[in-house]
Design a protein around this ligand. Structure first.
Ligand SMILES: *[C@@H]1O[C@H](CO)[C@@H](O)[C@H](O)[C@H]1NC(C)=O
Ligand SMILES: *[C@@H]1O[C@H](CO)[C@@H](O)[C@H](O)[C@H]1NC(C)=O
Ligand SMILES: *[C@@H]1O[C@H](CO)[C@@H](O)[C@H](O)[C@H]1NC(C)=O
Ligand SMILES: *[C@@H]1O[C@H](CO)[C@@H](O)[C@H](O)[C@H]1NC(C)=O
Ligand SMILES: *[C@@H]1O[C@H](CO)[C@@H](O)[C@H](O)[C@H]1NC(C)=O
Ligand SMILES: *[C@@H]1O[C@H](CO)[C@@H](O)[C@H](O)[C@H]1NC(C)=O
Length: 785
């Protein structure tokens, strides 16, 4: 009697505890369905193997175009190779990552939408307009997705414009879903395609509303594009372009999400967009204490002010600017000169993840993955998520022993009462579940394989050589970390570039430099001896250059006298030879993209050696030019076609060489202003001086070319040819070489200079007017995002 009473009392308790545990297990397993998606833009030409796919659950390859007459998908010809390997390559690092194919309404229309303009003509709009068009689109989308191995399709329609767009979109989604379902029934071996769509942060805008019912029915989920709310090209005060909150306006993510939820769009189908880019504004009163809402006068740094996270961070590092976090808006910003740059740093991202959790949204989707600075943001996303999971696991760890003890007591009591409770199976069940709740930590290998011809140095070796990285051994600080002088045991002198440990930045550049320079051997290129990747260190070991870099001499009031014209000619010849090798004589065509005084190093005989291949690009011999959406380089050395359109070719380095030549014959920086009113750029000043036959005014008066066969005035003219606006007008390095070699042959007359209408360059120069900044500013642009 009492026996059965006892077990009756215990059983509900045990059941309750088991319920508690299983609810924890349940939320653990539901955490696995959390989505960490990211867009990868195929036009960004960043290599697919560089995507750290272990940090994502879904990767979206952007973007397929739509043929405006057939309404079938077309993959841009130049991006076809990327699309065809995308799924295979990203699954190598993370076999469980799911890939989606994104379809957009064309580059021009998308760019227009990002700038907040109405899209004139949208091929998507006319596609949804007719049943036959929709049919052809839907069939082709499924076929294309399967052909390239994608597991889902994403519609990136920025943005539907009219009420009929919205009505037709509802029809499209119904038909698309039906087709996707039928396709999966037909082919039993493949799982059903996922269907997603990019949406605005608000369900209704400008008297339009999204077809919420159809979206709920048909979409697996939607990507909220929660950014680009404020643009420097549009507004005259600084703004948090991806504000989570805004006390003074409805233009913020929280307001939008609440609207979606209030319109009964399920939280479990909302994936929050995270921007990996920011915007730069020109401050009206740079001296004031400027925050969000400070008076501004247009864009800064780039044409439309947009900058990728990676370049914002790099830029901030090179200026050592402090980053402010404003929790009212959830935005980070920094001020550099007269530029105000607003963006999402790790704090903002973490706050947004917490928000996603709080609102029980489905996950996050970043735009776009390669804008990250060595995966700092994506890691933050993952850690923040794991944090929550860990809390649950902690709870479990506390709960489980208590349960076991109680169960044990119950067991003992019952056993003593010779009544065996059959709970053994439950304990085993609990244990096996525990071991199943796997951790999702990832490891990334810094270098997939060691490059050939390079020695791997041990960390202890380098540590000893550099006297434990002592400050006496420090040669300088680059954008990616300090450079040290070292002496190996045999007495061999080396230079060690050590990537900053704290920020682990520049991994891509590091890899680039290691793999590229391993293939390059020339007397006028700095030789990389090896590398060290032990203990999470990333170091490059170079031959040591005792005479520092060219800029140390030509801009220095005393240093300049150490380099007479004969020595300078020797250096110019060296740089020319180095570039000739890169462009003409090596197996590949290499574009350095960061040629400048500080990257021309001098050995003990004052021979020039080109260094720093972190930004360099490798071409096959038959490729002529390429296009990039990431602008890199240094202000003053970057040609206009690159700043404007992202086009680069060998003429990029010719341009930088021209600037370098102008600096070497004049001793003038490109960051200062010259001429009677101090209103002319270096290039303008050089051109006008030459045109008005006053070249002597431009040239450094201490230089004497009387005993050299290379005349200063001829050099000036060659330099001006190199910096011409049109890249085709610029000579090749072979032509430069022959023009400098002889002084008899006539040479062409330089035409239009490359300074007109170059806003980003003007901006930076203006901000530094009078101060003549010694630092070169790294620039960047991202377009489209
Ligand atoms: C669209 O497809 C047609 C037929 O395949 C083709 O002739 C046309 O060039 C394509 N248009 C574009 C803009 O690609
Ligand atoms: C939009 O269309 C109008 C008239 O068709 C045209 O003048 C204008 O240039 C177009 N705008 C853009 C950005 O294409
Ligand atoms: C699936 O099969 C049915 C019947 O064979 C066919 O009518 C339908 O078009 C197929 N659907 C797809 C998407 O292939
Ligand atoms: C800024 O723009 C607003 C609206 O576009 C305008 O009312 C205001 O006068 C402008 N302020 C300045 C200082 O230009
Ligand atoms: C939510 O929707 C209801 C009607 O559907 C409306 O009355 C209410 O004002 C909305 N709330 C907000 C905060 O917009
Ligand atoms: C955020 O910025 C606003 C406007 O500049 C300011 O009023 C507010 O105090 C700031 N909040 C924090 C937490 O810094």
């Amino acid at each position: 009697m009492s026996m059965s009473m006892g077990s009756k009392n215990i059983t509900p308790l045990i059941l309750f505890i088991i319920f508690l545990i299983s609810s924890q297990f349940y939320s653990c397993s539901s955490a696995q369905t959390w989505i960490r998606a990211g867009y990868w833009y195929a036009g960004s030409e960043s290599p697919i193997p560089d995507i750290n796919s272990a940090l994502f659950t879904h990767l979206i390859c952007a973007s397929a175009d739509l043929n405006s007459s057939t309404y079938q998908l077309s993959i841009p010809f130049s991006q076809e190779p990327s699309f065809s390997i995308f799924t295979g390559v990203v699954k190598r690092k993370n076999p469980s990552v799911i890939t989606l194919l994104s379809i957009w309404n064309g580059q021009a229309a998308t760019a227009q939408s990002i700038l907040g303009q109405k899209v004139n003509y949208s091929v998507l709009s006319s596609m949804v307009n007719k049943p036959s068009n929709r049919k052809s689109f839907i069939e082709s989308s499924i076929k294309t997705a399967r052909l390239y191995g994608f597991q889902g399709i994403d519609l990136l329609w920025l943005w539907p414009n009219t009420a009929s767009d919205m009505i037709n979109m509802a029809k499209l989604l119904d038909e698309w879903r039906a087709a996707v379902n039928s396709e999966s029934r037909n082919s039993s071996d493949q799982s059903r395609l996922i269907l997603t769509m990019a949406i605005r942060y608000l369900p209704a805008f400008e008297s339009l509303s999204y077809p919420i019912e159809s979206m709920k029915r048909n979409l697996d989920w939607a990507h909220v594009m929660a950014y680009d709310y404020h643009l420097p090209s549009k507004e005259n005060v600084t703004g948090a372009h991806a504000a989570l909150y805004d006390p003074s306006s409805h233009v913020n993510t929280d307001y939008g999400i609440k609207q979606w939820l209030n319109n009964s769009f399920p939280a479990s189908k909302l994936v929050l967009g995270l921007p990996y880019h920011g915007y730069a504004w020109t401050l009206v009163h740079p001296k004031d204490n400027n925050g969000v809402g400070a008076p501004a006068a247009g864009t800064a740094e780039t044409k439309d002010g947009s900058m990728s996270y990676m370049y914002i961070k790099r830029y901030i590092r090179s200026y050592r600017a402090p980053i402010v976090y404003n929790a009212t808006y959830v935005v980070n910003y920094c001020i550099i000169g007269s530029s105000w740059i607003g963006f999402d740093d790790v704090e903002s991202i973490r706050t947004k993840i917490a928000y996603v959790k709080e609102k029980k949204l489905l996950g996050t989707n970043v735009f776009q993955v390669t804008n990250d600075d060595d995966w700092a943001l994506s890691r933050a996303v993952q850690e923040e998520e794991n944090d929550q999971e860990n809390k649950r696991r902690l709870l479990l760890i506390v709960l489980l022993p208590i349960t076991l003890v109680i169960i044990l007591i119950a067991f003992v009591v019952c056993y003593l009462q010779r009544k065996l409770l059959k709970i053994k199976g439950m304990i085993i069940l609990g244990n096996s579940n525990l071991s199943n709740s796997r951790s999702t930590t990832t490891s990334t290998s810094a270098l997939n394989s060691d490059p050939p011809n390079l020695q791997a140095f041990s960390f202890s070796n380098i540590k000893a050589a550099t006297n434990n990285f002592s400050s006496e051994n420090k040669l300088g600080e680059g954008g990616f970390g300090p450079v040290y002088m070292g002496k190996l045991r045999g007495g061999h002198e080396i230079a060690v570039k050590r990537l900053s440990k704290t920020s682990t930045q520049g991994l891509e550049e590091f890899r680039n430099e290691v793999t590229l320079t391993a293939r390059l051997q020339h007397v006028n290129l700095v030789r990389v001896l090896g590398f060290c990747t032990e203990k999470e260190e990333k170091m490059l070991i170079y031959e040591y250059m005792p005479n520092k870099s060219l800029d140390f001499y030509i801009f220095d009031p005393t240093g300049r006298y150490l380099l007479d014209w004969t020595k300078r000619v020797h250096i110019i010849e060296g740089v020319t030879q180095g570039l000739l090798y890169l462009q003409e004589y090596s197996n590949f065509t290499i574009i350095h993209r960061d040629l400048k005084g500080s990257n021309i190093l001098l050995d003990h005989e004052m021979n020039a050696k080109i260094s720093d291949f972190g930004m360099a690009k490798l071409f096959r011999k038959d490729e002529l030019e390429a296009n990039t959406s990431r602008i890199v380089g240094t202000y003053g050395y970057v040609p206009p076609e690159y700043v404007r359109k992202g086009i680069y070719s060998t003429k990029y380095d010719v341009y930088s060489f021209g600037v370098l030549l102008l600096q070497m014959i004049s001793g003038r920086r490109s960051t200062c202003y010259y001429g009677p009113n101090k209103s002319l750029h270096l290039l303008q000043y050089a051109y006008l001086s030459w045109k008005e036959d006053k070249g002597r005014e431009f040239i450094d008066p201490s230089l004497d070319d009387s005993s050299s066969s290379c005349k200063l005035s001829r050099c000036l003219q060659v330099a001006l040819l190199c910096v011409q606006e049109n890249p085709e007008d610029r000579p090749t390095m072979l032509e430069v070489y022959s023009m400098l070699k002889t002084d008899t042959e006539p040479i062409p007359t330089p035409t239009k200079m490359a300074f007109s209408g170059n806003r980003s360059m003007e901006n930076i120069s203006t901000s530094q007017q009078g101060s003549c900044s010694v630092n070169d500013a790294q620039i960047s642009e991202l377009q489209p995002r």
